[in-house]
Design a protein around this ligand. Sequence first.
Ligand code: SF4
Length: 287
Amino acid sequence: MLATIPESLQEKIEKRLRYYEDLGIRLFYRDRAAAPEVLSAPSASAPTTGPSSAEESSLPKGKSKVEKPVTAAPTAQVIPVVKPSGASLFEEVDKIHDDTLLKIREDIGDCTRCKLHKGRNKLVFGDGSPAAELVFVGEGPGADEDMQGLPFVGRAGKLLTQMIEAMGLQRKDVYICNVVKCRPPENRTPEPDEVQTCSPYLLRQIDVINPKVIVCLGAVAAKALLQTTRGITQFRGQWLEWRGRKLMATYHPAYLLRNPPAKADVWKDLQKVMAELGLTLPKKKSS
Ligand code: SF4
C-alpha cells in the first residue's frame, strides 16, 4: 500500500521518477529477487545511480506508480546490477585512450592472468571487421575454437554464421568475440573471477570497434556486460542502452542446437537488429 510509505520518501521517489522521465527512461521493474544493490545499466551517458535499495525495498507490493510499466522507451531500460566491488571495470577502461585492437592483443600477450590459461591451446581474441556496426559477444571458446584460435567455428559457430547470412551479412562484416579468451575446461561456464579478469579486454574491444549494436549471445555475455544477476529470459529481445550503444541479448547458438524451437525467438531478435541497422532481408535467388 502506498500509504505505508512515509510522505517524505514518496516525494523523493516521485522526484527521482520525474528525473528519469526527463532522461527518457520510462520503464521500471521492481526486482522481486533480493539484489545487493539496484543501479542503472552501466552507461557512459545514462545516470549511474537509481533509487537506493532502501527506497526500492520499501516500495509497495500492490498498486504503485513504479510497479506499473508506463510506455516503453526503446533503449533506456533500468535493470538491476551488481555493484562491482572496488574500482569499476568501466572506470578502468574509460581511463585508456588511443586504444587499438592491436594494442589490446599486445596487452593480453601470452596471458596467464586467470586459471583458464592452464588448459588453453590457442587464445581466441576475436574475428571480423574492426569497423563493424554489429558485434556479437559469446561466452568463451570451445574445443574447435581452442584448436583454431578463432571464435565460433564449431557447430554453434556454423549456426551463428547461418544466422549472420540470414541477416544479409557475411562474417567479415561483423565482429565476433567472447567474454573469456581461453577455453574453460570441459566447456564449463566461465567462473566469476575469470569473467572479471578477462572482461576489460572485451570492453576495450567493443570501445575500439564502437559498433552501433551489440548482440550478447547467451546469459554469460549479457550478465558480464550488463553486470546483472537477472536471468536472460527477463530481458531477451529487448533493446538496452549500454555505454551509449544499443545492446540486445538473445540465446546462444549452442542453446539453439539443444533447443531448436528457440530459433524462432532468436530470429525475431535478429530482425529487430536488422531494422536498427537498416538491413533488409536478402532476396531469394530465382531458379
Ligand atoms: S581467459 Fe582471459 S584473463 Fe584468463 S588467461 Fe585467458 S586471456 Fe587471460
